[in-house]
Design a protein. Sequence first.
Length: 429
Amino acid sequence: MKRVSRYLLMLGLCATASAVYAWEPVDRIVAVVGDKVIAGSELDFQLQLYQVQSGAQINDANEAHKLKEQILTQMINDRLILIKATQDTTIRVVDDEVDEALNSRMDELKSRFPDQEQFEKQVASEGFTMRELKAKLRDEAREQLLKQKLISKLLSKVSVGKSEVERFYETYKDSIPPHPQQVKLAHLLLEVTSSKSTSDSLMSLARSLVERINQGDSFETLAQQYSEDASAASGGEIGTVRKGDLMPEFEKAALALSPGAVSDVVKTSIGYHIIKLMARSEDQYEVKHILLLNKPTAADSAAIVTLADQLIDRIKKGEDFGVLVKEYSADSTSRANFGELGWLVVESLPAEFKSAADTLANDQVSDPIWSTDGLHLLKVLDRKASRPVSLADDWDGLKEMTRRQKAELVIASIVNEMKDKVYLEVRDF
């Protein structure tokens, strides 16, 4: 969770650092672009972000300084492109586009956590409410869309001819990496979920706790004894939260209570809650809860393994893999295409998948493979060996690479144009 938390912070909250620095005191200013500043803290953070994303640890001071120079240059160029985009009266970003980009960004951040509650807790631990996070990401999404539309407009005018592609290939053919080994996979995912008996058992326990509380047992003591949330040690204390910050079904039940009252059992996507409202005001409330996680038992996992073995037997007897995917797979995206995952680079596969992809023959189905998503049955559909890039086989790709190089020159010319028009000051850092 520690690494996930860092990703949330850097990819979610601090990606909007420029908006924060507009009103928060900063330690130092490293650059001024137009009427906006780039703070030293922001630059330091981008360096940290690079290290997390690349997996590199930069300990040498000179190397870190050189990298900071490169990052600062990119940040300045980014601001200049944004200024150019805001000045272009033909570029418009509508609210629906921003909403779509914001929702996609929120979904991406949430996907880094096991559930909604863990995501909300991490946001709160960083000193933000969900409303504040969305406001910051909304501003970022609007700016990003403006820049994307300007660049798309510029690139739409870029074209390359046959001779340019050939010249590009001859110049760079020795440095263009070869096509990696690829494999075309399909999978059937069996998700391990709580059985009805497991869920019924948890509901029964939750109801018994409600009954004990109603008969006079201490809510806080029972929270310490039974709750599976991190708040158990403090008697279930979540603290004061803003309306809209917690799961809708949880909040609806909490706000239906009078201060001091305890709810009946409340079911959410993560389990069963018993909620105690401590206080409330117009826009926030203080709450405690007891959480019984609705997680699979060992018996639930064993049942999925048995099902996987049964499906393998059916496949060996001639049943169609794709038909079984349609009936059993929990992956709704690939299920629509009979489990196909498309072409994947072998070296980039998760370790548990790579081992199977290396050993399976075409049309062969693997033994059950565990991942964090559940139990997989993999089928190899086809393979492509590694090979060098060539003009004959990769013309379209080389043409696009040539176009991108030419486009970079166009964007660079826009940046240089804006440097002559916009106040720019770079300070020591």
